[in-house]
Design a protein around this ligand. Sequence first.
Ligand SMILES: Cc1ncc(COP(=O)(O)O)c(C=O)c1O
Length: 456
Amino acid sequence: MTTTGSVGGVARARIEALFEAEQRRYVAAHPVSQQRTGHGIAGFYDGVPMHWMRDWSMPFPFLVASAQGSTLRDVDGNEYADFCLGDTGSMFGHSPAPVAAAIARQASQGLTYMLPTDDAVVVGQLLVERFGLPHWQVATTATDANRFALRVARAVTGRPKILVFNGCYHGTVDETFVRLAAGRAVQRPGLLGQVTDLTQLARVVEFNDVAGLERELAHGDVACVITEPVLTNSCMVLPAPGFLAAVRRLTRAAGTLLLIDETHTISTGPGGYTRVHGLEPDLFVLGKPIAGGVPASVWGMTDDVARRLDAVRASMPSGHSGMGTTLSANALALAAMRATLEHVMTDAAYATMERLAGVLVTGLQATITAHRLPWHAVRVGARVEFICAPGPLLDGGQAEAAHAPELERAIHLALLNRGCLIAPFHNMMLVCPVTTERQITRLQEAFAEVAATLVA
Ligand SMILES: Cc1ncc(COP(=O)(O)O)c(C=O)c1O
């Protein structure tokens, strides 16, 4: 890495010095993790059970000993205020008591039988009441839910393509791995084993670009627009006033379905961004935290989509639909989902999350302003992010340009060494219902100390 020039308004030499110092500090604080994992955990390709576990800023991942609520502990006895929360999988805190009890209860009654339980009877009703759509299915990951919902969109519209916004992420759904380069749709670089040309399956436009959306929909071949209401998988981009209403109006006019992926924006409220802002999706997806950390996701559809799906199915021979997986909607997942919906994703929980996230974002912005850093802080409900570039960002292209990997990894590691764990992929922090004021203060102070070091 070159150490001349600057990134995000900070001298490269200073970033490098911070990163090196923090790496030494990390190694010194994690002898047990280092000794047990060595140069990687034996038996696992690349030294970890899932390769994303290598995507953190630390020289080697620490081994987690336990996590409860908003606090995580490692095998070296270090304690962290957890603002990553499993990158949203544990957004309502680690092992909430009602979920832990439901899991324990179900554990002695069988875990999966490909038949429904009484919990399914309750969960079906809860999903309808909470999210407003009348027809639901359960899958195992948000990726799967998106994949199945997109298949339905293609089936009922008879159209081949989907449309995504530049900078999106909806899981490992092949046809969403496209982006804009110099105004043209291209495949994302780095895809392994990619044999089809994904640009044949998808159109891409910039978020907040109403004219671009109208132009691409005019081709008449788009089955579905899939989007998060806020782009959260790049540096965070909020919708411009009226943008989501325009998306709805234009998709309806074009005979294109609208899939709202709430997997991250469920941070907004108990019914997601959709309910808070009165969106009207045809298809709705929610994964990650819906079962308190047990793998599960849900996807819902309107009456109209369901009726059209009925008609398509009736017109086809029976056989493989290309949807569903064996362990989907298993008894354990449904028990955990019921406990989460009934007792964890409550109005009271969201009120706490909203309040503390507001405190956090204000504190971070105050530090940024005090140091005259060309950065900004932004949030959607309980999801807060600092971005090492001026804002607000308007689209995925700007969000990509705002990303500052070498600066961000130094900050992440410095926060970690100060007892605050934030998400590895960008600068995302989640507040859960049991995050404490002290943990918020700890993160604000750590951020202020790191910022001061960077500009000193
Ligand atoms: C908006 C959104 N949708 C879908 C997914 C995929 O989730 P999973 O990896 O659990 O399948 C993600 C993951 O980050 C996401 O952010």
